[in-house]
Design a protein around this ligand. Structure first.
Ligand code: FES
Length: 176
């Protein structure tokens, strides 16, 4: 009887040890997972975050006053792993006194490229018919915000733009 009791107690101890080992293993794995999340997300974040430097676009004197012109330019884009030269475009309007408006070419609704329609003197998006005034205000259609402006600077008569992308479909202008 005593032997039977002793054997049962030993089996119980072995089961408890197995359970404890399993529980410790699960906790250690969870711990490693939780500690690893910020590292992995920082890697993903830095890989996604793309930075574009100031890019030379055109001589300011080549822009007609008050008329939107689309200009293509190369920009160096960098992320955590590589650098590449990409062709972008920007809509430029030169105002009196060499002030400039630089619009991203992407419609803030879903990102299509819009055009300038000189007959009606409005920017028009071919995808869902949004229309914008010369100053970028929404006149018609589903676009949730005005056209997105890009930062620009002029040095020695040369216009530079820093290309950025913005989230589409939001009422606020949010950099990506
Ligand atoms: Fe321009 Fe929809 S993408 S109106």
């Amino acid at each position: 009887m005593n032997d039977l009791h002793h054997e049962e107690s030993q089996q119980g101890n072995a089961t408890r040890r197995r359970f404890l080992k399993l529980a410790i293993g699960i906790l250690a794995s969870l711990n490693a997972l939780i500690l690893g999340i910020p590292f992995v997300s920082s890697l993903i974040g830095s890989a996604r975050k793309r930075k574009t430097e100031w890019s030379r676009v055109t001589d300011i004197g080549s822009l007609p006053e008050g008329q939107p012109v689309e200009v293509k330019f190369q920009a160096l884009t960098e992320d955590a792993y590589h650098h590449e030269n990409t062709l972008y475009s920007v809509w430029l309007i030169r105002h009196a006194g060499n002030a400039v408006t630089a619009f991203s070419p992407n419609c803030p609704h879903l990102g299509c490229h819009f055009i300038w329609n000189p007959k009606i003197e409005k920017f028009a998006c071919p995808c869902h018919a949004s229309m914008f005034a010369l100053d970028g205000k929404v006149l018609y259609g589903p676009a949730p915000r005005p056209l997105d402006t890009l930062p620009y600077k002029i040095e020695n008569g040369v216009l530079f733009v820093r290309y950025e992308r913005f989230r589409v479909g939001t009422s606020g202008k949010i950099s990506l």
